[in-house]
Design a protein around this ligand. Structure first.
Ligand code: PNW
Length: 476
């Protein structure tokens, strides 16, 4: 088993989940600040206002990365620190830029390669209020392009850019189920606004075009001098048929991935939405104008893959309801013959299944013509972890085993199957604000003691990755 010599590995985080300092140095509010303030939206009633206090502890985080042996670090930029109101005619906040310039300088001085995400869900609240944020087809892509250009200009040392993190989550969880900011849904007991059958597909379309605009700006104005590469990060689970004998379940497995991943990846690689989505959603899926298609098609220098889990898939036969976003199917943890997809974790949606990782890497590689892949997130929570005393939390053997089995599945995909995987970022460097689940669910390789000044304690898993990757990466 082996990975290429120049393989990059490290850890990932996101601004709103770790930074805190939500009002410091001129930062404007994001939709997550607003969403967290609504009672009942976050499990423990918390927010990212303080989180891991990483904005004030950047030096500590970099020292930790260095101590753990990471060669790469993926973090995201808070748009509302750079442009507090968000728009292309709004003031730029130099203090916010200075913070990230210093962070990138210090990180690169420590020998760690930055992977920078421009948008990890924390849209400036000003844009949501001004014109409906992601739903605005004219304004949003132009404002995102301007924000992206501002950041490209400020951070020439960054050579790996990710436009959007998991647009599926922003679109579906933000505009269909309402679990995530801005919380739109057709369910009027949860939200006064929203149209679960239409808004998600509009938001998704606008993120694709915004991605395309940022990539065009990067390639034309920055890539020629800075070098570097840019892509999008998509999330998706592996799928196995509930009944392997039933061709309808087998077909539903591909459809499930198409509704999650190909929704974005097909337009980027092929210039069109998947047929399965067009068939089910009809004209609720926006039509690309020629200009939009030209922006989106061919806009990935690499494929950013976030991956955590797998499901058994059972097809449905009735006409799907208008708010269905899965592709008229059920996702299950048990197969027809009683096999279980994997052990429980603290996250209702996550059950480890490393073979699924290898299989999905192969699925993506085949469908998209063997793209260069960076795994930009992979990791696990542990059932009941938050209820354990600290000494036990630090002995996170379940997470050690998760990383071990997933990294080896990835090495098999590279070595035996020929998948072009070039990097891996574990989620996450720190326990952090796990969105609607608040702080009760921990994904970190480092325990953060929220009750005692955000002090950091590396868990066993934190130190397990260096020997693991040392054993997998080729020496010459
Ligand atoms: C990803 N789901 O989110 C995000 O990129 C991270 O910010 C997050 O902390 C991490 O995974 C762990 O949850 C997801 O419900 C959130 O299927 C929810 C789902 C998938 C990914």
């Amino acid at each position: 088993m082996s990975l290429p010599k120049d393989f990059l590995w490290g850890f990932a985080t996101a601004a709103y989940q770790i930074e805190g300092a939500s009002e410091k140095d001129g930062r404007g509010p994001s939709i997550w600040d607003t969403f967290c303030a609504i009672p009942g939206k976050i499990a423990d009633g918390s927010s990212g206002a303080v989180a891991c206090d990483s904005y004030n502890r950047a030096g500590e985080d970099i020292a930790l990365l260095k101590e753990l042996g990471a060669s790469a670090y993926r973090f995201s930029i808070s748009w509302s620190r750079i442009i507090p109101l968000g728009g292309r005619n709004d003031p730029v906040n130099q203090a916010g830029i200075d913070h990230y310039v210093k962070f990138v300088d210090d990180l690169t001085d420590a020998g760690i390669t930055p992977f920078v995400t421009l948008f990890h869900w924390d849209l400036p609240d000003g844009l949501d209020k001004r014109y409906g944020g992601l739903l605005n087809r004219e304004e949003f892509p132009l404002d995102f392009e301007h924000y992206a250009r501002t950041v490209f200009k400020a951070l020439p040392k960054v050579k790996h850019w990710i436009t959007f993190n998991e647009p599926w989550c922003s679109a579906i969880l933000g505009y269909n189920t309402g679990f995530f900011a801005p919380g739109h849904t057709s369910d009027r007991t949860k939200s006064a606004v929203g149209d679960s059958a239409r808004e998600p597909w509009i938001a998704g379309h606008n993120m694709l075009v915004a991605h395309g605009r940022a990539v065009k700006a990067y390639r034309e104005e920055f890539k020629p001098t800075n070098g570097g590469e840019i892509g999008i990060t998509l999330n998706g689970d592996a799928t196995y048929p509930w009944d392997p004998e039933d061709p309808e379940d087998v077909a539903a497995c591909d459809r499930k991935i198409e509704f999650a991943i190909s929704w974005f990846a097909d337009p980027i690689y092929f210039g069109k939405y998947p047929d399965s989505m067009l068939a089910q959603l009809g004209d609720r899926l926006p039509t690309f104008t020629d200009e939009e298609r030209a922006l989106v098609q061919g806009s990935n220098d690499f494929y950013g893959m976030n991956h955590y889990t797998a499901n058994y898939i059972k097809h449905k036969t009735d006409t799907p309801p208008e708010d269905d976003f899965l592709g008229n199917l059920e996702t299950l943890f048990e197969s027809k013959n009683g096999d279980c997809i994997g052990p429980e974790t603290q996250s209702f949606w996550l059950r480890p299944n490393p073979q699924g990782f290898r299989d999905l890497l192969n699925w993506l590689s085949k469908r998209y013509g063997r793209p260069k892949i960076y795994v930009t997130e992979n990791g696990t929570s542990i059932k009941g972890e938050n209820d354990l005393p600290r000494e036990q939390i630090l002995q996170d053997d379940f997470r050690v085993e998760y990383f071990d089995s997933y990294a080896k599945a990835m090495a098999d995909a590279y070595e035996k199957d020929g998948v072009d995987v070039r990097g891996y970022m574990a989620w996450s460097l720190l326990d952090n604000f796990e969105w609607a689940e608040g702080y009760e669910t921990r994904f970190g390789v480092t325990f953060v003691d929220y009750a005692n000044g955000q002090k950091r304690y590396p868990k066993k898993s934190a130190r397990s990755l260096k020997p693991l990757f040392d054993s997998l990466i080729k020496k010459d």
